[in-house]
Design a protein. Structure first.
Length: 94
């Protein structure tokens, strides 16, 4: 069993929690503040996935491979990610 948190589309799936919840819920910001890494997968966006991590200053970065090269985009702090759902709308053209 995978014990790492994952966001599938708009739902947070954390095996350490008793239930799943939406990224639009009031729990998402608190969840982000208490984690430093997760994987996001999209079934609607051609199965694309990103690894997101929080640096020592509290800012989130999303990474993915494009054409064999690692691409990264800074997303902001937990509050910005929760408000803007930046992870969900990250465009591969960046």
């Amino acid at each position: 069993m995978n014990d790492k948190p994952i966001i599938k589309d708009d739902t947070v799936c954390d095996p350490k929690l008793p239930a799943k919840f939406a990224v639009t819920s009031v729990y998402f910001l608190e969840w982000l503040e208490n984690h430093d890494k997760f994987r996001w997968e999209s079934s609607r966006n051609k199965g694309k996935s990103y690894t997101c991590y929080k640096d020592s200053k509290g800012y989130w970065t999303a990474q993915k491979r494009v054409g064999g090269k690692l691409k990264a985009k800074r997303l902001g702090d937990s509050e910005q990610v929760a408000k803007l759902s930046t992870v969900i709308f990250w465009d591969t053209s960046d």
